[in-house]
Write a protein that binds this ligand. Structure first.
Ligand code: B12
Length: 476
């Protein structure tokens, strides 16, 4: 038996879609699977004890979605909790433990070392978990399992990441209680592809999903949406990095949804890059049921867009907002303020421009999470030693370590960057403001980690993307 555990207890809860795909794949291969969802239970320790008193699995799989909340100045780090969970499982079971998940895959080696888990899987978990399970039952030829981190003679070996080109997943979403997640979390996810070929300065996505887009068949994606609809889940969010990379696939997905008239039964939201996005895609998305788009806008000032290695420019932002408005799709622009080279002038250019083009809302995030393996590291290092760089923000003591939440806010924004950005926003209700670095910081930011405002709104019936729910709460 394979016991799969969801370790994510953040509120509002997000259904563990990755774990569900892994469970579905193992079941298809004839493996008996038990899912222990700590995200939905009130007493996780008791649930674990009860389970392992009755079961003696061949393998325990732990899904680790968020390494940290990626949000300055909250900077919550979840690795210590994961290490505690691994130790607790050791006391309850002799079964080997394998870790996986999107956050896990960003730091796979460090997390296996830190937690003392037996194995980790870097990348897609479907084939790799089944392959590991089979090797544990038989030949133990661990070098044959793509993505696997394993130990030989005390040394940790990292096989090449598991990013299979052919992406076909189980469309039946029956191993997780999606209906409860929908009730408590406000939407559930679906995925149309993995991997991204862009090289944005700061982005960790290629570290966990690879640089090559790997596409699912539109029919399989539509089948999956139907499986969720049959469970009463009719508000969804894409789980792709960017739905429109590549654009032709986004269009193909929409066409299949339109053919099956899914747009009449489901409302969905998506993350999109600013380009490619044209009238044809906007129209297709609207007809396919898309009601809201969150664009990775980053900035409107040209030097900052160049710094972030974004192919779009300010006029593209203006165009996508207009296209969304024309098609009745709500639009959010996510900004990333405070990157290398940001000054009060570039920040003002961005904020003034966003005000002018008038999206429904804009997320004014301040502070970039520095991930090892991204170009952001070189950009930071080119500014000299970390110890003397006032742009570096962190809450932990001791040596600088990008494994722990470490952020960057350009020194050009001065000693109180959040105050400066708030002054530029000047109370405009369309913006989600950055949180000040003071202990009494307000609790009304757009950090979705343990966000009680959101959790309460969802309990009272709100459904949709979190930015849309928060925006509606503030418009009342
Ligand atoms: C969509 C999305 C959201 C949506 C989710 C909507 C929904 N209904 O699902 C919303 C907007 C709500 C959201 C919120 C947040 N998100 Co988010 N999100 C994503 C995104 C784009 C997709 C996640 C996803 O579902 N992927 C698809 C699944 C299938 O992939 P997967 O989880 O990796 O699973 C595969 C493997 O990892 C592996 N696997 C998974 N489990 C297991 C278990 C075992 C045992 C094994 C072996 C393998 C395995 O196999 C799976 C199948 O191949 C990712 C980036 C990305 N491209 O993945 C960021 C991402 C996960 N989010 C991130 C963050 C930080 C957050 C927030 C904490 C932000 C915040 N502070 O508000 C919250 C947390 C919410 C919560 N309660 O957990 C970060 C995490 C980074 C980090 N430092 O850890 C990511 C990576 C984005 C980023 N690069 O910054 N998010």
């Amino acid at each position: 038996m394979l016991t799969l555990i969801n370790a994510n207890r953040m509120r509002p809860p997000i259904a563990p879609i990755g774990l569900e795909y892994v469970a579905g794949a193992a079941q298809q291969q004839g493996i008996e699977v038990d899912v222990l969802d700590l995200g939905l239970c009130e007493t996780p320790h008791a649930v674990l004890e009860a389970h392992f008193a009755q079961h003696d699995p061949t393998l325990i799989g732990l899904s680790f979605r968020n390494v940290d909340d990626c949000f300055w100045p909250s900077a919550q780090w979840f690795v210590p909790e994961l290490a505690d969970l691994v130790q607790r499982l050791r006391r309850l079971s002799d079964a080997p433990i394998v870790l996986g998940g999107v956050g896990f895959s960003i730091f796979a080696q460090r997390i296996v070392e830190h937690t003392g888990a037996d194995f980790g899987i870097h990348g897609d978990g479907e084939d790799a978990t089944t392959a590991l399970y089979r090797q544990l039952q038989g030949g133990r030829a661990f070098e044959q399992v793509d993505g696997l981190l394993w130990r030989r003679g005390g040394r940790l070996i990292c096989n090449r990441p598991a990013w299979p080109n052919e992406l076909s997943l189980s469309a039946q979403r029956h191993t997780v209680d999606n209906a409860t997640y929908f009730r408590r979390g406000g939407q559930c996810g679906f995925e149309t592809k993995r991997g991204c070929d862009r090289r944005c300065l700061y982005c960790a996505d290629p570290l966990s999903k690879g640089h090559t887009p790997r596409l699912r068949s539109p029919a399989e994606v539509a089948d999956e949406v139907e499986s969720l609809l049959a469970q009463g889940v009719n508000v969804l969010h894409t789980c792709d990095a960017e739905f429109n990379i590549p654009g032709h696939h986004a269009l193909a997905i929409c066409e299949e949804f339109i053919r099956r008239r899914l747009g009449e039964r489901v409302r969905w939201y998506a993350y999109l890059a600013v380009t490619p996005f044209d009238r044809e895609l906007a129209g297709a998305m609207q007809r396919a049921g898309c009601v809201g788009i969150n664009f990775t806008g980053d900035a409107a000032s040209t030097p900052m867009l160049e710094m972030y290695r974004q192919p779009h420019r300010a006029d593209d932002l203006q165009r996508v907002v207009r296209l969304c408005r024309d098609h009745g799709i709500k639009v959010m622009i996510d900004l990333l303020l405070g990157g290398p080279g940001e000054t009060p002038q570039t920040a003002a250019t961005t904020i003034e421009f966003i005000k002018r083009i008038d999206p429904d809302c804009a997320g004014a995030s301040l502070g970039i999470r520095i991930y090892p393996g991204t170009a952001m590291v070189e950009a930071v290092q080119s500014e000299g030693p970390l110890e003397s760089n006032p742009a570096i923000r962190r809450k932990y003591e001791g040596p600088y370590d990008f494994f722990k939440p470490t952020f960057y806010i350009a020194r050009g924004l001065g000693p109180e960057p959040a105050g400066l950005v708030k002054d530029l926003i000047a109370g405009d209700p369309r913006f989600f403001e950055p949180t000040a670095e003071t202990p009494e910081a307000d609790a009304t930011d757009h950090n979705y980690s343990d966000n009680s405002e959101l959790t309460e709104a969802i309990a009272n019936g709100a459904r949709g993307a979190y930015w849309d729910i928060l925006h509606q709460l503030r418009s009342v």
